[in-house]
Design a protein around this ligand. Structure first.
Ligand code: CTP
Length: 411
C-alpha cells in the first residue's frame, strides 16, 4: 500500500449505533495520522455509544449529526458528498444496511451515501444472529448486486455479548487498509499501460460438435478488462467461448482452445513480452485436450469411444519462465488459483502456484464461492504475504487486483 494514499484526501466517516462505534475513533485517528481530513458524521444512536466530543477532538472537525446542520448553508448531504473522496460507515448496523439496500435517504448518512461521488465502504458490526438473519443476508446480497457499496468484514470472533461468531467488526487497521485500497482503485493509474487479460473457459474439441470444457462464465476476466480500461489502460481481452458483451474501450480477441489462447496471448505480449505491462490470466484454461479429435461426428452405433488426452501448454507458467530468463520485473504476472477445499487448502495451493508459475500475484478463491456467482471471495497471495479472504463483486475484486498491479508497475 502506498503510504501517501490518504495524504490530502477527505474521508467522510459515518458512525452508526453499534457498540463497535468506539473503534471508529481509532479509524479516525489512523486516517488523520496518515494525512487525511476526516469529516465525522454520527447518528443519534451512535452518540449513545461514543461521544461526539471525542470524535471532534481526534479529527479536529465539528461532528455533523443531522441534515439541517447550520454549518452548511445548503444541503449538508450534498456538500459532504462533494467534499469527500470516500465515505465510510464504521460501524454499519443491520438497520443502516437495510436502509441502504432500499435506497432510503431519510437521514444525513443514507442521503450522503446516495449522493456520494467516490467509493462507499460499509463495515458491518452486529450480533452473529443478526448478521445471519435472512433479512440481513438479503440486504447484503442486494448491496453487492448494486455494486455501489463495498462491505469490509464482518469477521469471526467475540462480540459484545461475549458470544462468538461472524458479526464482529473488522479491526481498525484493516478498515484503514480497505479505505486506502478503495482510494487507489478510484484513480486512473493505468494510463499508458497495456494490460492483457484472459477470460472464460477453453473448449477442446472431441469431434466437430462436442468438446471438453469447464464451468467458467468469464465474468471475472471481463470485469478485470472493464476495470483496467476504466483505470486508463489499453486492454487486450483474450476471451474463450462466452456470450458476454465486450467492455467499453477493450480490444477483444476470441479463441476456442488453449493453444489458440496461447497464440493470441503471445501475439498481444510480443515474443520478448515487451508489448505488455501486465498479464492477468483469469481464464480457466483446460489442462488437457483430446489428442486426436475426430474429423467427423462420433456415432453411438460405433461403440463407446476411447478418448486419449494430451497435455495442453501451461500458458502462464511458460510466460513466467520467459520473464525469469529475461531477468525483467515486467510484465507483472497475475494468476488465479480456483480450488476446492477449505480456506487453508485453497491458500496452500495458491502459495505453491507463485513459484510453479513464476508469477507476482495469485488470486486465491474457492470454486464453490466463485463459479457462476456474481460475487467472489478471494485472498491476494504474493511473496510479500497473504491477504485476508474478502468478499466483493467481481468488479471490486478486479479493482483489488489492479491496485496491486499498478503498485508493482510504479515500482
Ligand atoms: N493456466 C494456464 N494454462 C493452463 C492452466 C492454467 O495459463 N494450461 C493459468 C490459469 O489461467 C490460472 C493459473 O494458471 O491463472 C492457475 O490455473 P489452475 O487451473 O488453478 O492451475 P493448474 O496449473 O491447472 O494446476 P492444477 O489444476 O493442477 O491445480
Amino acid at each position: 500500500m502506498d503510504p501517501q494514499t490518504l495524504s490530502g484526501r477527505c474521508v467522510a466517516l459515518a458512525v452508526t449505533g453499534s457498540i463497535a462505534a468506539y473503534k471508529a475513533v481509532e479509524v479516525a485517528r489512523l486516517c488523520v495520522k496518515a494525512g487525511a481530513t476526516v469529516v465525522p458524521l454520527m447518528t443519534a444512536s451512535a452518540q449513545r455509544f461514543v461521544g461526539a466530543v471525542t470524535l471532534a477532538g481526534i479529527t479536529g472537525q465539528p461532528v455533523i449529526t443531522d441534515m439541517w446542520d447550520a454549518a452548511f448553508p445548503g444541503e449538508a448531504h450534498v456538500a459532504i458528498a462533494e467534499r469527500a473522496d470516500i465515505l465510510v460507515l464504521v460501524p454499519a448496523t443491520a438497520d443502516v444496511l437495510s436502509r441502504l439496500a432500499q435506497g432510503r435517504a431519510d437521514d444525513l448518512i443514507t442521503a450522503a451515501v446516495l449522493c456520494a461521488r467516490g467509493p462507499v465502504l460499509a463495515v458491518p458490526a452486529m450480533h452473529p444472529r443478526m448478521w445471519q438473519h435472512p433479512a440481513t443476508q438479503r440486504n447484503v446480497e442486494e448491496l453487492l448486486r448494486q455494486g455501489r457499496v463495498t462491505l469490509v468484514g464482518p469477521v469471526d470472533g467475540q462480540v459484545a455479548s461475549g458470544e462468538s461468531g461472524l458479526g464482529r467488526m473488522e479491526a481498525p487497521s484493516e478498515i484503514v487498509r480497505a479505505i486506502e485500497r478503495a482510494l487507489e482503485s478510484s484513480v486512473r493509474d493505468l494510463c499508458g499501460r497495456h494490460v492483457v487479460v484472459t477470460a472464460g473457459p477453453t473448449h477442446e474439441p472431441i469431434d466437430p460438435v462436442r468438446y471438453l470444457g469447464n464451468r467458467s462464465s468469464g465474468r471475472m476476466g471481463f470485469a478485470i478488462a472493464a476495470r483496467a480500461a476504466a483505470r486508463g489502460a489499453n486492454v487486450t481481452l483474450v476471451a474463450g467461448p462466452v456470450a458476454l458483451p465486450t467492455p467499453a474501450g477493450v480490444t477483444r480477441v476470441n479463441v476456442e482452445t488453449a493453444r489458440q489462447m496461447q497464440r493470441a496471448v503471445a501475439e498481444a505480449m510480443g515474443d520478448d513480452l515487451g508489448k505488455a505491462d501486465a498479464l492477468v490470466m483469469a481464464a480457466a484454461v483446460a489442462d488437457f485436450c483430446v489428442a486426436a479429435p475426430s474429423a467427423s461426428k462420433l456415432k453411438k452405433g460405433s461403440g463407446l469411444p476411447t478418448l486419449t488426452l494430451a497435455a495442453n501448454p501451461d500458458i502462464l507458467a511458460e510466460i513466467g519462465r520467459k520473464r525469469v530468463a529475461s531477468l525483467a520485473s515486467t510484465p507483472v504476472l497475475v494468476g488465479f488459483a480456483l480450488e476446492t477445499g477449505d480456506d487453508a487448502a485453497v491458500l496452500r495451493q495458491a502459495i505453491g502456484k507463485l513459484d510453479t508459475k513464476h508469477v507476482d500475484l495469485v488470486v486465491a478463491n474457492a470454486a464453490h464461492e466463485s463459479l457462476g456467482h456474481a460475487t467472489n471471495r478471494v485472498s491476494l497471495v504474493s511473496r510479500e504475504g497473504v491477504g485476508p479472504f474478502t468478499r466483493g463483486t467481481k468488479e471490486n475484486v478486479a479493482d483489488w487486483i489492479l491496485a496491486e498491479v499498478s503498485k508493482r508497475l510504479r515500482g
